[in-house]
Design a protein around this ligand. Structure first.
Ligand code: SF4
Length: 345
């Protein structure tokens, strides 16, 4: 498999030191992700995203935000800003919570989910976790998920745990993180944060994504898979390196190491993204899947084609990352309604 150029230096940043900017959110704070469509074969439910901030203080080479119009055209700073009209965000969340069907609201798809927690305390007098978690803790239908590479759990630790809120850490092999997740805390520290939250009674998950075929990937991903298994998360989501057509150019423009995208010499069957050669993808996903203790927790693939699920030997039972591993029935019903799954004969 191909490898990439020499690693760039990794300098950890303190998010609160770099996020003084604030901006006005022009669109809605809650958006529904639109999957590429059922005919594409890509498996992804149309999940809900809460946009709590713009940009991110970390500088991952593969970050797709770099290619999104808000940052390409400079509407918001890529390095991060919180929203001064945050009260509108809370109002939207309260309206969203009145929906009758169970749903998951994700904080961290369009920015890091926890990196801005302390900045909100300076801006609004209360950390983001302190504003959002009580809204979900007082009901039993919907869940909130913070997806993050941050270790900023100080404010969350002061709140009583609830099963309605999940903390999910985006992880990678140490070597991959050192080379392509510049500024983010090393995976060992992310695992420490997860361990601490789990010990307090919070549900935790992990996302091992993007898996990258650097030289020595077996050792790197075998080690992180063992460490993940030791923490018994409720779910682990896997994904391989992928990119839109323009991401490499944007990474170069932002002074990030775009050479890793040279590995993407294939496309998924639906033409959705540039991908690793299919054989490499399947080999790496099988390797990690076999290392994870998948009899004890759910393992899923993120935005992968149905044929990859089959080739890896993973059974697709619906995107239950929507709700939770204990809610297969609900997830299945919702996805039949959405046309993603066929109803049982
Ligand atoms: S942590 Fe996430 S949002 Fe931040 S730069 Fe990395 S990929 Fe982008």
């Amino acid at each position: 498999m191909s490898t990439t150029s020499a690693p760039a230096a990794c300098a950890a940043v303190t998010p609160t030191a770099t996020l003084g900017a604030s901006a006005v959110r022009r669109g809605t704070f809650i958006k529904q992700f639109r999957s590429p469509g059922k005919d594409s074969g890509i498996v992804c439910f149309d999940f809900w995203e809460l946009v709590v901030a713009a940009g991110c203080p970390f500088r991952c080479s593969y970050c797709f935000l770099q290619a999104t119009p808000s940052y390409v055209f400079g509407h918001y700073p890529l390095s991060g800003a919180v929203f001064s009209n945050w009260k509108d965000m809370l109002w939207e969340v309260e309206q969203w919570l009145t929906a009758p069907s169970p749903r998951m609201l994700v904080v961290g798809e369009l920015q890091d989910g926890l990196a801005f927690d302390g900045v909100y305390r300076s801006l609004a007098g209360m950390a983001l976790t302190g504003m959002l978690i009580p809204l979900f803790a007082r009901q039993k239908r919907h869940r909130l998920l913070f997806l993050t590479k941050s270790t900023a759990i100080r404010h969350a630790l002061r709140i009583s745990p609830t099963q309605q809120v999940v903390f999910s850490w985006s992880l990678n092999a140490e070597e991959a993180a050192r080379r392509w997740e510049i500024g983010a805390p090393p995976p060992a520290r992310r695992l420490d944060a997860a361990r601490r939250m789990a010990s307090e009674g919070w549900p935790i998950r992990f996302r091992l994504d993007p898996i990258i075929p650097f030289q020595g990937w077996r050792e790197g991903y075998g080690q992180i898979a063992d460490e993940i298994s030791a923490l018994s998360p409720e779910m682990v989501t896997l994904g391989c390196l992928r990119a839109s057509a323009t991401l490499q150019a944007h990474a170069h423009r932002n002074g990030r190491d775009g050479s890793l995208f040279d590995m993407l010499t294939a496309k998924d069957p639906g033409g959705f993204k540039k991908r690793l050669p299919r054989g490499n993808q399947i080999e790496m996903l099988q390797f990690v899947h076999q290392h994870l203790d998948h009899r004890r927790f759910a393992v899923a693939l993120c935005k992968e084609h149905r044929t990859i699920w089959d080739a890896v030997g993973m059974q697709f039972r619906g995107c239950h990352c929507l709700i939770g591993p204990s809610a297969d029935g609900q997830a299945h019903r919702l996805q039949v309604e959405a046309g993603i799954l066929r109803a049982a004969p």
